[in-house]
Design a protein around this ligand. Sequence first.
Ligand code: FES
Length: 144
Amino acid sequence: MEERIELPEAEGAERKIVGFFCRECAYAAADATGNARVSLPPTIRSVLVPCTGRVSPLHLLKALADGADGVYIAGCLVGQCHYREGNLYALDRIEFARALLESVGVEPERVRMFTMSAADSPKFVEAARKMHETISNLPPLQRK
Ligand code: FES
Protein backbone atom coordinates (compact mmCIF):
# COMPACT_ATOMS: atom_id res chain seq x y z
CA MET A 1 0.00 0.00 0.00
CA GLU A 2 1.30 3.41 -0.94
CA GLU A 3 1.63 5.87 1.90
CA ARG A 4 0.89 9.52 1.24
CA ILE A 5 2.93 12.13 3.05
CA GLU A 6 0.81 14.93 4.50
CA LEU A 7 2.58 18.27 4.33
CA PRO A 8 1.39 20.62 7.07
CA GLU A 9 0.01 24.04 6.19
CA ALA A 10 1.91 27.05 7.45
CA GLU A 11 0.46 30.50 7.95
CA GLY A 12 1.38 32.82 5.09
CA ALA A 13 2.73 30.03 2.90
CA GLU A 14 1.04 29.54 -0.43
CA ARG A 15 3.67 27.07 -1.59
CA LYS A 16 5.35 24.15 0.08
CA ILE A 17 9.03 23.31 -0.12
CA VAL A 18 10.50 20.20 1.46
CA GLY A 19 14.10 20.42 2.61
CA PHE A 20 16.01 17.22 3.37
CA PHE A 21 18.82 18.17 5.78
CA CYS A 22 21.70 15.90 6.73
CA ARG A 23 21.99 15.62 10.49
CA GLU A 24 25.65 16.59 10.46
CA CYS A 25 26.60 19.89 8.79
CA ALA A 26 23.21 21.04 7.50
CA TYR A 27 21.39 20.34 10.73
CA ALA A 28 24.13 21.99 12.79
CA ALA A 29 23.78 25.06 10.57
CA ALA A 30 20.00 24.87 10.97
CA ASP A 31 20.39 24.62 14.72
CA ALA A 32 22.64 27.68 14.79
CA THR A 33 20.06 29.49 12.68
CA GLY A 34 17.36 28.63 15.21
CA ASN A 35 19.54 29.67 18.14
CA ALA A 36 20.15 33.01 16.46
CA ARG A 37 16.37 33.32 16.07
CA VAL A 38 16.64 33.80 12.33
CA SER A 39 13.42 32.67 10.74
CA LEU A 40 13.16 30.67 7.55
CA PRO A 41 10.51 31.32 4.91
CA PRO A 42 7.15 29.79 5.94
CA THR A 43 7.19 27.60 2.83
CA ILE A 44 9.96 25.36 4.19
CA ARG A 45 9.21 21.95 5.77
CA SER A 46 12.28 20.15 7.03
CA VAL A 47 13.10 16.46 7.05
CA LEU A 48 16.14 15.30 8.98
CA VAL A 49 18.15 12.51 7.33
CA PRO A 50 21.35 10.82 8.52
CA CYS A 51 23.20 11.89 5.38
CA THR A 52 22.18 13.35 2.02
CA GLY A 53 23.27 10.04 0.51
CA ARG A 54 20.18 8.55 2.13
CA VAL A 55 17.85 10.63 -0.06
CA SER A 56 16.85 8.81 -3.22
CA PRO A 57 15.31 10.30 -6.36
CA LEU A 58 12.08 8.62 -5.24
CA HIS A 59 12.01 10.69 -2.04
CA LEU A 60 12.36 13.85 -4.12
CA LEU A 61 9.70 12.88 -6.64
CA LYS A 62 7.32 11.56 -3.97
CA ALA A 63 7.50 14.87 -2.10
CA LEU A 64 6.59 16.69 -5.31
CA ALA A 65 3.82 14.20 -6.08
CA ASP A 66 2.39 14.58 -2.56
CA GLY A 67 2.07 18.35 -2.58
CA ALA A 68 5.46 20.05 -2.49
CA ASP A 69 6.16 22.70 -5.12
CA GLY A 70 9.90 22.36 -4.63
CA VAL A 71 12.37 20.08 -2.92
CA TYR A 72 15.94 20.61 -1.87
CA ILE A 73 18.72 18.80 -0.13
CA ALA A 74 21.19 20.50 2.22
CA GLY A 75 24.30 18.65 3.27
CA CYS A 76 27.97 18.81 4.07
CA LEU A 77 30.52 20.40 1.77
CA VAL A 78 31.90 18.16 -0.96
CA GLY A 79 34.78 16.20 0.56
CA GLN A 80 33.41 16.65 4.10
CA CYS A 81 30.49 14.20 4.20
CA HIS A 82 30.60 12.29 7.49
CA TYR A 83 29.84 9.13 5.51
CA ARG A 84 32.58 9.97 3.00
CA GLU A 85 30.68 10.06 -0.31
CA GLY A 86 27.01 10.50 0.58
CA ASN A 87 26.79 14.01 -0.76
CA LEU A 88 28.39 12.95 -4.05
CA TYR A 89 25.64 10.36 -4.48
CA ALA A 90 23.09 13.03 -3.58
CA LEU A 91 24.48 15.40 -6.23
CA ASP A 92 24.13 12.65 -8.85
CA ARG A 93 20.58 11.91 -7.72
CA ILE A 94 19.61 15.56 -7.88
CA GLU A 95 20.84 15.70 -11.47
CA PHE A 96 18.92 12.52 -12.27
CA ALA A 97 15.70 13.86 -10.72
CA ARG A 98 16.11 17.18 -12.55
CA ALA A 99 16.55 15.37 -15.86
CA LEU A 100 13.46 13.25 -15.16
CA LEU A 101 11.40 16.33 -14.34
CA GLU A 102 12.58 18.15 -17.44
CA SER A 103 11.70 15.14 -19.61
CA VAL A 104 8.06 15.42 -18.50
CA GLY A 105 7.87 19.20 -18.80
CA VAL A 106 8.39 20.13 -15.14
CA GLU A 107 10.84 22.93 -14.31
CA PRO A 108 14.07 21.24 -13.08
CA GLU A 109 14.83 24.17 -10.78
CA ARG A 110 12.15 22.81 -8.47
CA VAL A 111 14.86 20.44 -7.21
CA ARG A 112 18.25 21.63 -5.95
CA MET A 113 21.12 20.76 -3.67
CA PHE A 114 23.12 23.04 -1.40
CA THR A 115 26.23 22.24 0.61
CA MET A 116 27.58 24.02 3.66
CA SER A 117 29.79 23.64 6.69
CA ALA A 118 28.30 23.11 10.15
CA ALA A 119 29.30 26.65 11.08
CA ASP A 120 27.76 28.26 8.01
CA SER A 121 24.35 29.27 9.26
CA PRO A 122 24.15 32.18 6.76
CA LYS A 123 24.54 29.74 3.87
CA PHE A 124 21.79 27.54 5.31
CA VAL A 125 19.46 30.55 5.46
CA GLU A 126 20.51 31.67 1.98
CA ALA A 127 19.67 28.21 0.59
CA ALA A 128 16.19 28.30 2.13
CA ARG A 129 15.58 31.83 0.87
CA LYS A 130 16.84 30.98 -2.63
CA MET A 131 14.49 28.01 -2.82
CA HIS A 132 11.63 30.12 -1.53
CA GLU A 133 12.31 32.80 -4.14
CA THR A 134 12.68 30.29 -6.99
CA ILE A 135 9.50 28.44 -6.14
CA SER A 136 7.53 31.63 -5.49
CA ASN A 137 8.39 32.77 -9.02
CA LEU A 138 7.15 29.52 -10.56
CA PRO A 139 3.50 28.58 -11.03
CA PRO A 140 2.08 26.01 -8.60
CA LEU A 141 3.10 22.50 -9.63
CA GLN A 142 0.37 20.84 -11.68
CA ARG A 143 -0.08 17.15 -10.84
CA LYS A 144 -2.59 16.01 -13.48
FE1 FES B 1 26.23 15.44 5.68
FE2 FES B 1 26.72 13.10 4.41
S1 FES B 1 26.73 13.48 6.53
S2 FES B 1 26.11 14.99 3.59
